[in-house]
Design a protein around this ligand. Structure first.
Ligand code: UDP
Length: 407
């Protein structure tokens, strides 16, 4: 478990002292995070990294997960897709199932915490419990809402506007809500197993374990098996490049408890890959952080060919490892990549294939993109910056008697 002081090796001592100063004012405050999965996906990744550091600063941070049945996750996955702009229709029964499932979780959750910090739409309706408590509620939306389905938004908006504040990852995602809207981008933890430096032997051993040839170029996408991550488009792009460069493709993914579509997408991906021995489809256990780290470090080029994306932590993970990343120009990805400076942004299979071929043939350009990308992540997307943003938000919402402290 890391301590705040460990980060002095990566960011300045000033940044760490500043965090301690702010945290001092929040000592002992109970901050409860709530989401819908303990493993899989970016939200779980961030909470796993953040909670121990908040505790190290003597803030009483906790993380609890709501539970639902198969039907609940089917509805909330439809919410997820519709908020990203997919055409979906919802019945009154589906809305009621959502509200009932969320309400049935309430008695098990510590909703009397000083701040209840609710992540994404799945647990959002917990706000209906707020009148029982005298505390502050924040909705943290990790989704790109810029093209959200209007009917679903008509249902969700009256729910989320009851929160004291909403947090979005990028300016384009914010909505005309009457409550405070705050922009805070996500982050990666440079000291976690997912991102720490690894000895060369570990990387080589992991390549061997997955029967990946270390002597030929490796192109990797790490993602849940989700249509919005476009693994099938990745295979199509690889196929366009393969006649020119003898590369290997790694599609590494795992399941998330709140994503019921994974098995279907994985079956389709397997079918498309057919029997190509150079396409490695890896279904990893949720604890495979070192394996993912090693695969990213062993890669010549990293892809994140998303069609829709909230932020896309995997992009920062790749850039932090000094790798050239080719990614879809969607959602929060352009915050992380400036085209041709700190990575490559694409909008099609052909565009992805064009740039993949270029990069596989230009090691010097790869290095330049990777170096610039790593600095951009150091300055913007590390956990320490994220912690500071959250602490300031908590402080601005704190109650001291009846006086709200605004910075
Ligand atoms: N991830 C993982 N195992 C997998 C697939 C993804 O640990 O099999 C991690 C990945 O390294 C990243 C996070 O899950 O840290 C995914 O976050 P991102 O924002 O890229 O996408 P999301 O899944 O939240 O849409």
């Amino acid at each position: 478990m890391h301590k705040l002081n460990d980060y002095v090796s990566i960011v300045s001592e000033n940044e760490i002292s500043e965090l301690r100063l702010i945290a001092e004012k929040l000592k002992g405050r109970r901050i409860l995070n709530i989401n819908s999965t303990a493993v899989g996906g970016g939200v779980a990744e961030i909470l796993n990294n953040m909670i121990p550091l908040l505790k190290d600063m003597e803030i009483d941070a906790a993380w609890e997960v709501i539970k639902g049945g198969e039907q609940f996750y089917a509805v909330t996955k439809k919410f997820h897709n519709a908020l990203h702009g997919k055409q979906e229709t919802f019945t009154d029964e589906e809305y009621q199932l959502y509200l009932d499932t969320v309400a049935s979780n309430a008695p098990q959750l510590s909703l009397d915490s000083d701040i209840v910090f609710v992540h994404d739409p799945q647990p959002a309706a917990l706000i209906r419990e707020r009148s029982k408590h005298n505390n502050r509620w924040v909705w943290r939306c990790h989704i790109d809402l810029s093209q959200r389905d209007q009917n679903l938004w008509n249902f969700l908006r009256p729910i989320v506007e009851k929160y004291d504040a909403s947090v979005f990852s990028a300016p384009a995602f914010a909505q005309g809500l009457p409550n405070r809207q705050i922009l805070i981008s996500p982050s990666i933890d440079p000291l976690s197993d997912k991102n720490k430096e690894l000895p060369d032997e570990t990387i080589q051993k992991i390549l061997e374990q997955f029967q990946i040839d270390p002597r030929r170029p490796i192109v990797t996408q790490v993602s849940r098996f989700d249509y919005l991550k476009d693994p099938i488009g990745v295979i199509a792009a690889y196929r366009l490049v393969k006649p020119y460069v003898d590369c290997q493709l790694v599609l590494a993914g795992g399941a998330a408890d709140d994503d019921p579509e994974g098995a279907k997408v994985l079956a389709e991906v397997r079918e498309k890959a057919a029997s190509d021995p150079d396409i490695h489809i890896l279904c990893l256990h949720p604890s495979s952080h070192i394996e993912i780290n090693a695969l990213q470090r062993a890669s010549t080029v990293i892809l994140q060919k998303s069609l829709k994306e909230g932020f896309g932590l995997t992009v920062s993970e790749g850039l932090w490892k000094g790798k050239p990343v080719i990614a879809g120009a969607v959602g929060g990805i352009p915050l992380q990549i400036t085209h041709k400076y700190s990575g490559i942004l694409t909008r099609s299979i052909e565009g992805t294939a064009y740039w993949l071929k270029q990069l596989l043939q230009s090691p010097a350009f790869c290095k330049k993109l990777g170096d610039n990308g790593r600095e951009h992540v150091r300055n913007n997307f590390l956990l320490t910056r994220h912690l500071k943003d959250y602490l300031l938000l908590f402080l601005s919402l704190s109650r001291d008697g009846e006086n709200v402290i605004y910075l």
